[in-house]
Design a binder for this molecule. Structure first.
Ligand SMILES: [Zn+2]
Length: 219
């Protein structure tokens, strides 16, 4: 029997057509030029189907650091009897209120909490008055806006968007919504260099990162 082309899943045999050494003409062409001919498409799609797919398993990250330990633009001042929440101003609730309602220059947003089987934070009030209330504020001073050169990025609405994002992320951390992903092949084998990565706030962020790392399916 004549010899098969060396390429995995290729079904061309010597004697059926042009060969370059142990490679059939189409495989040699694909490998050396990177071009895929119409006649090779079938083979390529068969090969693609035969290749193991990368699956990401999303897992809870039990020891994620608080997002407030990294750089943030906002200063988050929260006050709660039971939850260990930061007052990053270090000056206490009364001072923060006085400061914001007198001659504050900058951008600030109230922070509300909804406390019911876990805690949710938002810069908009919650509709249920029984389990929710204002927990504090997040602000960025005009001084910091100037110092960081943020004026160029613009508008007050952009600043508010950044502050909203910081509140959302901190709320996810406070609520234990921290995740990581572990990659593996769908054939059950574990590649030597299969990635895992932790420290995402919110499941969506972990899923997106896993897809960017090559996962075709997220479980
Ligand atoms: Zn071939």
């Amino acid at each position: 029997m004549s010899q098969k082309c060396l390429v995995y899943q290729c079904e061309n045999y010597k004697g059926q057509g042009l060969f370059v050494g142990d490679l059939c003409g189409p495989c040699h062409h694909m490998i050396t030029t990177g071009e895929i001919n119409r006649s090779s498409m079938d083979f390529v799609s068969r090969l693609h189907k035969a290749m193991p797919k990368i699956i990401a398993e999303i897992v809870q990250d039990e020891c994620a650091d608080s997002p407030r330990e990294s750089d943030n633009l906002g200063t988050l001042c929260l006050f709660h009897r039971r939850y260990d929440v930061p007052d990053e101003s270090g000056l206490g609730m009364e001072w923060v209120q006085r400061f914001l309602h007198n001659d504050f220059k900058g951008v600030w947003l109230p922070v509300y909490a909804y406390d019911h089987s876990g805690i949710a934070l938002s810069t908009e009030p919650f509709s249920c008055p029984w389990d929710s209330g204002q927990l504090g504020v997040i602000y960025i001073t005009q001084e910091k806006i100037d110092a960081e050169g943020l004026e160029a990025q613009g508008l007050e609405s952009n600043m508010k968007e950044i502050l909203r994002g910081e509140v959302k992320t901190f709320g996810q951390w406070l609520n234990g919504e921290c995740y990581g992903y572990k990659l593996r092949y769908d054939n059950g084998l574990c590649g030597n260099h299969m990635d895992s990565c932790f420290g995402f706030y919110g499941r969506e962020e972990a899923e997106q990162a896993a897809r960017e790392a090559g996962a075709v399916e997220v479980i």
